[in-house]
Design a protein around this ligand. Structure first.
Ligand SMILES: *Cc1c(COP(=O)(O)O)cnc(C)c1O
Length: 414
């Protein structure tokens, strides 16, 4: 059924069960991992404690674009650690400006504010948008509203889950933060209808990844930007997952528009090894922040800056966007040719692809469990979609092998 490597007889840690039991005993159960215990990674491959080898087709939700044991990122991190680590932003450093200049040039934005996790970058975007609403647009105190989309995923803080349309994300975490209006994703008339004089911003993902790789209708992003411009509403894109060459362009917005008013980045900005995020914006939006109005102890530290800088350089030097476009199209074509009644849809852009499973045949979870048995690691998003987001360094041969495993598993299920 697979080309799974036989267990290594010299391995002294043969049982996954004890690791799983220990995690279950001491960790909150806010995740439901597949039952595989990983111990090593190299490029697109990872190994479990029993010596089995797997192709990583998730890359930490698009964070590990350069693959595991990414020597360029490791070297940049180590070199920086050997100079200066974390002095805090109470002082200037010799690398933060260089990194910020590079990130602004790479995205086309004017200014950046460095944070650590994706959720913090989104929180920063919300604070910037609200303050811009009051101080520049002239919205009355505490009246600012933001428009967001059904099926959104922007992180897990209390404010961010306040505007999630997923009841599970919100349940019993209230009281929730007010000031958000939900519209259907991809519906331009609904966007225009939802705007009021109190609307400061529209926050949206160019592709809704978490909810099942939902790709909006072509032209939606451009149209949404035009509507926002006409009503003096900030157009803010969350490219934490779709950015950094994941969808076949350096940023997903580049398929349709020049640049948004605000942009959040994270995940692959940290080279897959360290939390590095940022909010980027037009100068007049970013300038609403004054000393003391926002901050982060670790945000913009020299290690993060060195890693972010190297992550961008790697994307440029190794043509990640082109690889993602070409190999993504290849993967999508190959998946589309699989003859299986269990496949309802294959969709996505670049190397961010969703395989929708007909629930009459199987759950996405059971497909992922089958793929794991075959040596292919991926993760379901919600009940019916399997997300494929391999490292962008993957080769055609490796994709061929992965598609064979998908074919095998679907045949067994159907
Ligand atoms: C992952 C993700 C986030 C949250 O990032 P964290 O680092 O997990 O806080 C926000 N928005 C999008 C689109 C994401 O994919």
């Amino acid at each position: 059924m697979s080309i799974k490597i036989p267990p290594d007889p010299t391995n002294s840690n043969p049982s996954s069960d004890s690791y799983i039991a220990r995690e279950k005993k001491y960790l909150a159960t806010n995740y439901k991992p597949l039952p595989v215990v990983l111990t090593r990674g190299e490029g697109v491959w990872v190994w479990d404690v029993e010596g089995n080898k797997y192709l990583d087709f998730l890359s930490a939700y698009s964070a590990v674009s350069g693959g595991h044991h990414n020597t360029r990122i490791i070297k940049a991190m180590n070199d920086q650690l050997n100079r200066i680590d974390v002095p805090s932003r109470a002082f200037y450093t010799d690398i933060l400006g260089e990194y910020a200049e590079k990130l602004c040039a790479f995205t086309g934005m004017d200014k950046m504010l460095p944070m650590n996790t994706g959720a913090e970058a989104v929180e920063t975007a919300i604070k910037a948008a609200r303050r811009w609403g009051y101080r520049v647009k002239g919205i009355a105190p505490d009246k600012a509203r933001m428009i967001v989309c059904d099926g959104n995923f922007h992180g897990r803080t209390t404010t961010i889950i306040s505007f999630s349309s997923d009841a599970d994300y919100r349940a019993d975490f209230g009281p929730l933060t007010p000031g958000f209006d939900l519209i259907p994703f991809g519906d331009i008339d609904a966007l225009e209808a939802a705007i009021t004089p109190d609307t400061c911003a529209f926050l949206v993902e160019p592709i809704q990844a978490e909810v099942g790789i939902k790709v909006p209708p072509a032209g939606w992003l451009r149209a949404a930007q035009e509507v926002c411009k006409r009503h003096n509403v900030l157009f803010i894109l969350d490219e934490i997952q779709t950015g950094m060459a994941r969808t076949g362009q350096n940023f997903c917005f580049q398929h349709e528009i020049d640049k948004p008013d605000g942009l959040t980045l994270g995940k692959a900005l940290g080279g897959g090894i360290y939390p590095v995020s940022a909010f980027l914006a037009r100068a007049d939006v970013m300038d609403v922040f004054n000393p003391g109005s926002h901050g982060s102890t670790f945000g913009g530290n020299p290690v993060a800056a060195a890693i972010g800088l190297e992550a961008i350089r790697q994307i440029e030097d190794e043509n990640f966007a082109e690889r993602s476009a070409t190999l993504g199209q290849y993967l999508k074509d190959r998946l589309s040719r699989i003859q299986s009644p269990a496949i309802k849809d294959v969709r996505g852009m670049g190397l961010l692809i969703g395989l929708e499973i007909d629930p009459a045949y199987a759950t996405a979870r059971s497909v992922c469990e089958g793929l794991m048995q075959c040596g292919l690691l991926c993760k379901e998003t919600h009940d019916v979609v399997v997300r494929f987001a391999p490292p962008l360094i993957i080769t055609k041969n490796e994709i061929d092998w992965a598609v064979e495993q998908v074919d095998i598993v679907l045949k067994t299920l159907a």
